[in-house]
Structures are given as C-alpha cells and as structure tokens.
Design a binder for this molecule. Structure first.
Ligand code: FE
Ligand code: CA
Length: 554
C-alpha cells in the first residue's frame, strides 16, 4: 500500500495499536486506548452506530485490501446539542464508481473525538460500520460531550486516517449564552461555478452553518463540469443525465462532496442541513412532481433522493427516511439565546397554485385548506414557539417568507412556489408567532439565488403596519453563476416592496451575529465563481434590535 500524506507513523498519538498494550493503568489513559481491529470486531455485536434495523450482514472487508484513500468525500459534523454532535464520513476509494470501490462488503471504521487537533487528549472513541446498504456512510452520534466546547474528530480505516474535522457543542440547555455566530448558505449547483464561497466560509469564525437547501441539483453535469470548464480532467458520463435512481443520487453527492472547498467548510464548522426541491426534483410539492406525473412513480424517486440525502449528510438516525418519508423538521437551541426551528417546506406542501406560474394571489392560492408545512409541522412549530423562553426565534427554511411582488402593476404577480403562494399558511404562522409572543423572530431563507433583507410586516400591503421580524435570504453558493450586484429586476422589486431593504445578485453567504441586545447580519459576497480564487467582501450589514424588530443599516 502506498503511503500518503494523510497516513501517520504508528508512534503518533492515539491512533496507535501500541497504546492498547502500553497504557492500561489509569482510566484517563485507558480512554485513549486505540481499539484494535479484533476488539472492534467484538464490539460490533453491541454497536449502536448502525443506521437502521434490518441490515443484512454483508461480509467484512479486510481494511488492508483498501489500497486507495477511502476518505475522498471528506468529513462533516452536524446538529450540535449541549452533549452531543453527529459526525459523518462516507468511504469511497473510487468516488465516481457506483459502489465507491468497496463492492458489497461492510467496512469497520474507528473514530476519535478529542479536545485538541493533535488528538493528544482523546475524549471519545469507538467503532462504527460502513454498510454497503448505506453507501458506506458513517454516522456517529457522539454522546457525553461537554457543552459549549470545541472538539476535533477523525476516522480511521486500516492505516488510512481521515482529514481532521472541527466541531462544537451547543451551550447547556437554558444557559445564559450571550452570543452566537452563524452562517447560512444554499443552492450550490456544481456546474454553475466553483465553491469559492465555501472556501471563504471555511475561514469564518462561526459556530454553526445552516444549509437551507439545493445542496445538489438533479440536472445533468457535462464532462467539463459546466461553467467550471475543466481542462485538466473530464467528468465521467454518469453525471451527464438527470438523477432519478438511488445510484444516480449517491453518485451526484460523491461529485459534490469531492469538491475541496465544500469539504473545507464541512471540516471547519458543524452544519445544520435541510433540503429544498433540487435534492429531489425542481419545484416538487409533496408527492407531486414538477410535471404532475403519477404520485406512486414520483414517491419511488423521492425515496431514493431522501435516502441518498441522509446517507450524505451529518444527520441523526431520527432523520433516516422510511421509504419516501423523512422527519427532517427539527428544533435545536443555543442556551436561552436562540431557538432554531428548522423547517421542511417541500415534503408536506400542497401543490403549487396556478400551475406554478407567477400569478397574483387569488382564490386558488389563498384556499385556507392549502398548506406549505403540513398540519403536523405547523402545530409543532406553533407549540414550540408557545413553550419557548428563548430570546431569539430563528427559522431556517427554504422559500421566501415575505411578500415579494414581481411588478408595479396591481394586482402584482408573486411566486406560487414561495409563501406568497400559500398565504393562508403564512397567516397561520404569523398569528401563531403573535399569540406565542415571539418578538425577536428571524427567518433564514435560501432558494432564490440572491441576497434579500426584508422587514416582515404585520400587513405586507401596509408599510405603516408593525414590523414583526426580519428575513434574510442568503443568496447562493454557486447557482446562477457570478450574478450581478444589481439584477435587472432591482428597481422594480425595490419599488414594489417597500419592506425589502436590500437586494444583491452576487454569490456568497450570510453571516449573522446574535447577541442579547441585537443581531447583525452581513451579506458576504464573492467577486466571481466561474474562475477559481475569487475574493470575499461584505456587501452590506444590517442590525435589528432586541424588542424592536426592523432592519437598520449597521
Ligand atoms: Fe436553488
Ligand atoms: Ca429551490
């Protein structure tokens, strides 16, 4: 087996079989013990890291037979709790092969979590299994961690050691955390350009990153990687078709996850992910596909897409799909500073009104029987607000929440795919937020491939009505190419929507600092993505005060 830079000599720190022999006396040393493959195999019988019941017992692959680096898709962590973080990797020595180069065998993987990046003080370690049934992904729900602390993690297969990831836990439940820095990202069409924004995000000092959907796109990617225009390599034909099967979606994640900038962002920060439409298919609604085909046919595709999503994201077992269904909406907290209600506005929504074309609201879109969240998620959200004592209520979700008129004529057309196309659903949330006394409400949005800052108005048609919260759309990482500072719609949208305070069409991400007195949001934009090496700068910053919602230039 060839040595690579990622392999370490056996004398170095905790991933050393000698530790097990030499240090067994003190408990703090015993914790550092490296589990030999034999011990690992014995522990497998008690492993709790299996992603699901009913997995067939595939034969175990001898790690010595893995002659190429299996950690080609990077590492990730997600959903930080005060005492737990989910750490992830997916083994693929041949990332663009359907089986990842591992055949139908399972692989034993060791993992370690330490307080220091040199792994001198390993706090947690164990063994997991990468099952072929789950595309050799590894999801470890690390428990018993210290609150409000940074950790480092890595995986090992045989002599192969993964890149090191950094992550952190949330502050203790209800504790008086006084600040949180977050980032929000969305929409990373691989073929539209480089992940320059992720490269810069990896350098940011943030506690957690929210990914608001369109993590991948189902559309074909040509051999040049679209606007990446590869001249030094050629992507295989397997990407040059729309994803429909489980194999297609798994391969597409492999393509995306092979990107070094995306890997850098994941390795540096824990992510909290939710999907929008393109992880499955453009503008689907519940069981209804884009073109309104048979539901039973689309649900087969949705099951494949949802499963591949789970396999490729740092998500806990609670989010593992059962067929075409997955519980992705969930709640996290940052002490008493913030509650995060992460929504899924795709899986349970009513079909778009008016054939999903821009249209003025009317009886079809305003039908109170229609929903964007589904009844159960709506109840969960409203109950969660009512029971919360958090200072900030942050709602990471997918599509524009605020009213967004497309033209100056009356009645103006709006998007039938966004909350504007589901006004009764939006009104129920607004009423629920009011009834629960949610007064520091921040909505984080993806989907639209531009940066917007909105005041959420009690009545969007009355600029004098009360501002009840703020909404930021985080533009896109890549989708839409380089973009322009002032898109062609800029004048119209700014005039038609007085509660819209900012509109920028360039690529980037949103950075938010939440505090006890206020929150500041910075729109970070990159100079270009169709060539590598673009620079990042802040296009605009806004502040919203606690107890007095509304955007002010920072
Ligand atoms: Fe998108
Ligand atoms: Ca979308």
């Amino acid at each position: 087996m060839a040595l690579t830079g990622r392999q370490r000599p056996p004398s170095e720190h905790a991933f050393s079989p000698h530790d097990a022999v030499l240090r067994t006396a003190a408990p703090h040393v015993a914790r550092r013990r490296f589990l030999t493959v034999t011990a690992a195999a014995a522990m497998l019988a008690f492993s709790t890291n299996r992603p699901a019941r009913g997995v067939t017992a595939a034969p175990e692959l001898d790690a010595a037979r893995i002659t190429n680096d299996p950690f080609t898709l990077g590492v990730a962590s997600g959903d930080p709790l005060p005492d737990s973080v989910l750490i992830w990797t997916r083994l693929a020595p041949e990332p663009f092969a359907e089986d990842g180069g591992l055949g139908r065998q399972r692989v034993v993987v060791q993992w370690e979590v330490a307080m220091d990046e040199w792994f001198a003080l390993v706090e947690h370690q164990g063994v997991a299994t990468a099952h072929p049934e789950y595309a050799h992904s590894v999801h470890v729900d690390v428990k018993g961690m210290m609150p409000d602390s940074h950790y480092y993690y890595r995986f090992r297969v045989g002599t192969w050691i993964s890149p090191v990831g950094r992550t952190r836990t949330a502050p203790a439940e209800g504790s008086a955390a006084d600040s949180l820095r977050l980032a929000a990202v969305a929409c990373q069409a691989y073929q539209d350009g480089y992940y320059t924004a992720h490269r810069h995000l990896a350098q940011e000092d943030v506690d957690v990153v929210f990914h608001l959907g369109d993590y991948l796109y189902e559309y074909p990617v040509d051999s040049a990687g679209g606007d990446r225009r590869y001249t030094d390599r050629k992507l295989p034909d397997v990407f040059n078709r729309e994803t429909t099967t489980l194999a297609d979606y798994r391969l597409r994640y492999a393509l995306y996850k092979s990107d070094p900038d995306l890997q850098a962002a994941h390795a540096r920060h824990p992510f909290v992910v939710t999907w929008d439409d393109h992880e499955t298919e453009n503008n689907y609604a519940g069981a209804i596909d884009e073109k309104g085909g048979p539901a039973e046919q689309f649900l087969v595709r949705r099951a494949a897409a949802y499963r591949a999503y789970w396999e490729n994201q740092p998500l806990r077992a609670g989010q593992l799909p059962q067929g075409p269904d997955a519980r992705l909406y969930r709640r996290l907290a940052w002490g008493s500073l913030a509650q995060f209600d992460i929504l899924d506005t795709r899986q349970y929504r009513s079909d778009q009104a008016y054939n999903d074309r821009p249209h003025a609201p009317g009886p079809e879109s305003d039908d109170p029987a229609r929903t964007l969240t589904g009844a159960a998620q709506e109840r969960w959200l409203l109950d969660g607000w009512r029971d919360s004592a958090a200072l900030w209520h942050v709602m990471p979700q997918q599509v524009c929440f605020s009213q967004r008129k497309f033209d100056l004529t009356a009645p103006a057309r709006v998007s039938m795919d966004a909350w504007d196309g589901y006004r009764a659903s939006r009104n129920r949330l607004m009423a629920g937020a009011k009834a629960a006394g949610v007064d520091n409400w921040m909505v984080l949005t993806g989907d639209v491939h531009v940066g917007y800052a909105f005041d959420i108005k009690d009545d969007f048609d009355d600029p004098a009505s009360r501002t009840v919260g703020t909404e930021f759309t985080c533009t896109s990482i890549a989708s839409g190419g380089n973009g322009a500072r002032k898109p062609t719609e800029w004048d119209t949208y700014m005039k038609a929507n007085p509660h819209l305070k900012f509109f920028d069409g360039r690529r980037g991400y949103l950075r938010v600092a939440l505090g006890r007195e206020n929150a500041q949001a910075d729109f970070r934009t990159v100079s270009a993505i169709t060539t590598p090496g673009g620079t990042v700068s802040t296009a605009a910053s806004f502040v919203t005060e606690v107890g007095s919602p509304g955007l002010k230039p920072a």
